[in-house]
Design a protein around this ligand. Structure first.
Ligand code: SF4
Length: 357
């Protein structure tokens, strides 16, 4: 059980992909040679290259090595989101590539995207630094993911390289109790070092007043995880106990459907078909094929400066060929779109007899 039956229509349920049916149909036509590719549903924007933590398992460590820094300016981001909203992009997810709360202009971008452009905005943060201005802006977000990954300060320091647990807990309390409209999600990436404290973290999340607790395995195939093996049965036992903590105001998600039984990535889909659902834009001002291929040069699709350039390369022959050349087992680690690829294939082959409800 990954979520309770009462709460099956939730954000982590990959069945959500079927609501993108019209996009799926157009992606299929485009892959078959049509010129039109619909705009992405979401832009994943990384405003800052740099972080105030040093998590050894961070999937962006390949391009954050050596304390590299960079930041997108306010004017660039305002122009970009204006273009995206006019183009038809619905969601703006501000994340990293670094820690987005380190951008002092990001609250202005959130307010502008939500209040002026009517986009849905989401924010992914380690919650170490929360200015009052950012806390106000986050109250406009549809959801905020809080990457905590520990239930106590010792584990936190061990896996994240810095002793900031107390500040994080203080900030989460402040966020959650000041705002009941945004979905705040306590995130827990399962690692060898924290595998015995999933339940404790879930209890802590409930005490802090957040709405959601989300646990999933770390991407063990991408990152060189140190230490001992995972005790999978013990983890499932904790998952079950976590679900017992659920009530109308607190939901638990123990997400495993994107992994094999040993919690390693699986590629049980036919090919890369769903990548154009999300447009990742990074601190170098460029867009990449997929959020799992950030800063990989061969997957850079094009520059977003000026924004109008996006229409020159989006849906181009090169973009299409880049996707067609992907061999998931060879080129990809975890794929967050796994089920979406399979859904597109089902629509392409009409394996569900779609004219017969
Ligand atoms: S991880 Fe690979 S298969 Fe999945 S969307 Fe990205 S490029 Fe495509």
């Amino acid at each position: 059980m990954e979520w309770s039956n009462k709460n099956k229509y939730n954000s982590f349920n990959s069945a959500k992909g079927l609501t993108y049916y019209e996009n799926y149909k157009q992606i299929i036509k485009w892959l078959d040679g049509d010129n039109y590719l619909p705009p992405p549903i979401e832009c994943n924007l990384d405003p800052v290259l740099g972080c105030n933590l040093n998590c050894y398992f961070c999937i962006t460590q390949s391009y954050m090595k050596g304390g590299k820094q960079g930041e997108l300016g306010l004017e660039y981001m305002i122009n970009l989101v204006t273009f995206l909203a006019n183009w038809g992009v619905r969601g703006l997810c501000i994340s990293g590539g670094g820690e987005p709360s380190l951008s002092h202009v990001i609250p202005t971008v959130i307010q502008y995207a939500k209040l002026d452009l009517l986009m849905d905005v989401a924010f992914v943060t380690n919650a170490v630094y929360m200015s009052d201005q950012l806390i106000r802006a986050l109250s406009l977000c549809r959801w905020v993911a809080l990457s905590v990954d520990a239930s106590n300060k010792d584990t936190y320091k061990n896996i994240k390289g810095k002793d900031r647990f107390a500040e994080v807990i203080y900030n989460i309390k402040k966020l959650a109790f000041n705002n009941r409209k945004t979905d705040f999600c306590f995130k827990f990436l399962i690692l060898p070092e924290n595998q015995r404290e999933i339940y404790d973290a879930c209890k802590l999340a409930k005490e802090l007043g957040v709405q959601d607790f989300h646990a999933r395995p770390c991407d063990f195939d991408k990152i060189n995880i140190r230490g001992q093996e995972l005790d999978i049965p013990a983890i499932h036992e904790q998952f079950d106990k976590c679900h017992e903590l659920e009530d109308d105001n607190f939901h638990v998600y123990t997400i495993t459907h994107k992994f094999d039984p040993e919690f390693h990535v699986k590629h049980d889909f036919p090919a890369c078909l769903a990548a154009p659902m999300i447009l990742p834009v990074l601190t170098d001002g460029n867009a990449y094929l997929c959020v799992e291929q950030k800063m990989v040069e061969k997957y850079m699709i094009g520059s977003c400066d000026p924004q109008e350039k996006i229409l020159e390369w989006w849906g181009s022959d090169r973009h299409r060929q880049m996707m067609k050349d992907i061999v998931p087992d060879r080129d990809c680690s975890r794929c967050i779109y796994g089920q979406y690829h399979s859904q597109i294939e089902a629509i392409r082959t009409d394996s569900m007899c779609l004219s017969f409800p």
